[in-house]
Design a protein around this ligand. Structure first.
Ligand code: ZN
Length: 155
């Protein structure tokens, strides 16, 4: 399931990426961009009724906030959250994270992280950022739990 989010849905796009979904988002789109992206099999997420009506594969959302919008997608049974896929995608670049070599980890990650989380360190092949479990991730899991996408961090 792949999405393209309209210009008003940047926060939703980010949260969907947290859950592992492939979501393209740009703060502006050229005249033919949406048509091309929907043509490539992406579902348009939008808050514009006329935009939704223009595309067969579009979901019209009414909520103002990402949490409300995620609930709407949940009710439409669009989302089947799989915690195994959470935190597998770069939140900035929308590309799948990869396992770095130990050498790269040593050069790019603080030593205490290496000791605590060596097997959970990932990197983005597009922007080069490294990611690992920590407070920021726990906060995001807490927020997703509060929104009803239950997830227990077993680590
Ligand atoms: Zn990235």
């Amino acid at each position: 399931m792949k999405f393209v989010a309209d210009t008003m849905l940047g926060s939703l796009a980010r949260w969907l990426r947290v859950m592992g979904y492939d979501v393209l988002y740009q703060s502006r789109y050229g005249p033919d961009d949406l048509e091309r992206l929907v043509g490539e099999g992406r579902i348009l997420l939008t808050r514009h009724r006329d935009l939704a009506a223009s595309y067969g594969d579009a979901l019209l959302l009414s909520g103002d906030r990402a949490g409300d919008q995620l609930s709407e997608l949940g009710k439409l049974q669009t989302l089947a959250p799989d915690p195994a896929r959470w935190f597998t995608r770069c939140l900035l670049c929308n590309v799948p994270l990869k396992n770095p070599s130990l050498e790269d980890v040593r050069e790019n990650v603080p030593e205490y992280v290496l000791h605590q989380n060596a097997s959970d360190i990932r990197f983005c092949p597009s922007c080069g950022r490294f990611f690992w479990p920590g407070t920021h991730r726990e906060n995001m899991i807490g927020q997703l739990n509060a929104w009803g996408f239950g997830y227990e961090d077993s680590r």
